[in-house]
Design a protein around this ligand. Structure first.
Ligand code: ATP
Length: 363
C-alpha cells in the first residue's frame, strides 16, 4: 500500500539466495529520503545484491523491499522510480552524447514531445558539466567524461533513487577524487537518494552521509562516516574502515581495568565483561616522540620502518611484549630533521580513552 514515508528505501528482513549460496541474510535497513548511502564492504559481502534488489534486477528470496512506502517485490526494474549507473557505464558507442542521454526518454510511452526531450537532455548535460558536448561521439570522450554521460543518462528521467555500482572504479586516482566531489555536489543539487556500492572506505567516508558496513551478507554497522570511524561497532568495522592497531588484553574482574599483554593497566573509560579482549587503537591516536613520553599511557619502542607519504609519515614501531605498532604522524608540525629514522628508540604515547575495546570472541 502506498503511504507517505520519510524513508525512501526500506529493507524488511530481506534474504537473498542464489541456489545454495546465501548472498544476503535477514537485512533490515531504512534509508531516509534524500540521503547519500554507501554500501561498504569487502568483495562478496552482498552489497551489489542489495543494490540490484533495489533496482529490480533481483528479487528477494524472503522479506520485502520498499521504495517511497510502496512494496516493490515483483515490480520489474523499468517500472521502479530508480536508475542505475554501472561500473563500465554501458554507453552506446555508435550514438553521440545527446543520443545516449535521450535514449531512455525516447522509449517512454506515451511518447514525450521532442522539444521536452531536448530540454531535459540539455538540462542533464548542464548538471554534469557537459553543456558543450552534446554532439560529441562517445569514443572522443575521456573516461571521466564518459562517466558523466552515464550520470546524465541516469538522471535525465528524474528518478527518485539513483544507484551507483562502483561508478568511479575505472578512473585514475586524481580523477576519482575530483568525481567524488562532483557526485556529492550533484546529489545535493538533485536532492534525490543516492545509493553507492564501494569496497573503498575512503570513497564511502568522503561522499556518503550514511555508511552501511557489510560483511558476509550482513550489516555490521550503519552510521555517519564519523560514527563508523570513531566508534566502530566491532573489530571487523575497526579494521575495515581505516587502519587499526590490535593489542591483546584482558579485562579485569572490575570490568573497567584493561590489562594489556605487556602488563600495563589502562582505564579506557568503558565497561566490558571480564575476560580476554582486544584493544584497538588508531595509528593517528598515537604520539611518537624522542627523548621523553608525552602525557597518557606510554611505551618505549624501536622504529623498524618509515613510509614517507608526503603530508604524513607512517612508522612501524616494535614494542617489547606488544609487537608492532603502526603510527601515522601528521607533518604539519614537523621539519625534515624531526623525521625519526628506522633504528631510533622512541616513545609511543596515547590517551587511554582513545582505545576501543572488544571481546576477543569478536576477533
Ligand atoms: P563485489 O564487490 O565483488 O561485487 P559484493 O559485495 O557486491 O561483491 P555480491 O555480488 O552481492 O557481493 O555477491 C554476494 C555473494 O553472492 C557472493 O558470494 C557471490 O559469489 C554470490 N552471487 C552473487 N551473484 C550471484 C549469482 N548470480 N549467482 C550465484 N551466486 C551469486
Amino acid at each position: 500500500m502506498a503511504s507517505a514515508s520519510t524513508n525512501d528505501i526500506e529493507f524488511r528482513s530481506v534474504t537473498k539466495n542464489y541456489g545454495a549460496v546465501t548472498a544476503v541474510t535477514d537485512i533490515t535497513l531504512n534509508v531516509p529520503k534524500g540521503a547519500f548511502l554507501a554500501l561498504l564492504g569487502p568483495s562478496g559481502c552482498g552489497k551489489t545484491t542489495c543494490l540490484r534488489m533495489i533496482g529490480g534486477f533481483e528479487q528477494p528470496s524472503e522479506g520485502t523491499v520498499h521504495i517511497d512506502g510502496r512494496e516493490m517485490n515483483g515490480i520489474p526494474a523499468y517500472r521502479r522510480p530508480v536508475n542505475m549507473v554501472f561500473q563500465h557505464y554501458a554507453l552506446f558507442p555508435h550514438f553521440n552524447v545527446e543520443q545516449n542521454v535521450a535514449y531512455g526518454l525516447k522509449q517512454m510511452r506515451p511518447r514525450m514531445a521532442a522539444a521536452e526531450i531536448s530540454r531535459r537532455v540539455a538540462e542533464a548535460l548542464e548538471m554534469v558539466r557537459l553543456g558543450g558536448f552534446a554532439k560529441r561521439r562517445i569514443h572522443e570522450m575521456s573516461g571521466g567524461q564518459q562517466q558523466r554521460v552515464a550520470l546524465a543518462r541516469a538522471i535525465v528521467n528524474r528518478p527518485s533513487v539513483l544507484l551507483l555500482d562502483e561508478p568511479l572504479a575505472a578512473l585514475d586516482k586524481k580523477l576519482r577524487s575530483a568525481m567524488q566531489i562532483e557526485l556529492q555536489t550533484l546529489q545535493r543539487e538533485l536532492g534525490i537518494t543516492f545509493v553507492l556500492v564501494t569496497h573503498d572506505q575512503e570513497e564511502a567516508l568522503s561522499m556518503a552521509d550514511i555508511v552501511c558496513v557489510m560483511s558476509a551478507g550482513q550489516i555490521r554497522q550503519l552510521g555517519t562516516p564519523q560514527e563508523v570511524y570513531d566508534r566502530p561497532a566491532d573489530l571487523f568495522v575497526a579494521d575495515f574502515v581505516g587502519k587499526t592497531n590490535r593489542i591483546s588484553a584482558t579485562m579485569e574482574a572490575d570490568g573497567t581495568t584493561l590489562r594489556l599483554a605487556n602488563g600495563t593497566a589502562i582505564m579506557p573509560g568503558i565497561r566490558l565483561l571480564p575476560g580476554k579482549a582486544i584493544a584497538a587503537l588508531r595509528p593517528e591516536a598515537i604520539h611518537l616522540t624522542r627523548g621523553k613520553a608525552v602525557a597518557g599511557t606510554s611505551f618505549k619502542g624501536m622504529v623498524t620502518h618509515r613510509i614517507f607519504l608526503g603530508s604524513s609519515v607512517e612508522y612501524a614501531v616494535s614494542v617489547p611484549g606488544l609487537g608492532d605498532f603502526l603510527i601515522t604522524a601528521d607533518r604539519r608540525s614537523m621539519n625534515e630533521s624531526d623525521l625519526v629514522k628506522p633504528g631510533e628508540e622512541v616513545f609511543l604515547s596515547f590517551d587511554p580513552t582513545a582505545v576501543h575495546v572488544f571481546p576477543a570472541s569478536n576477533a
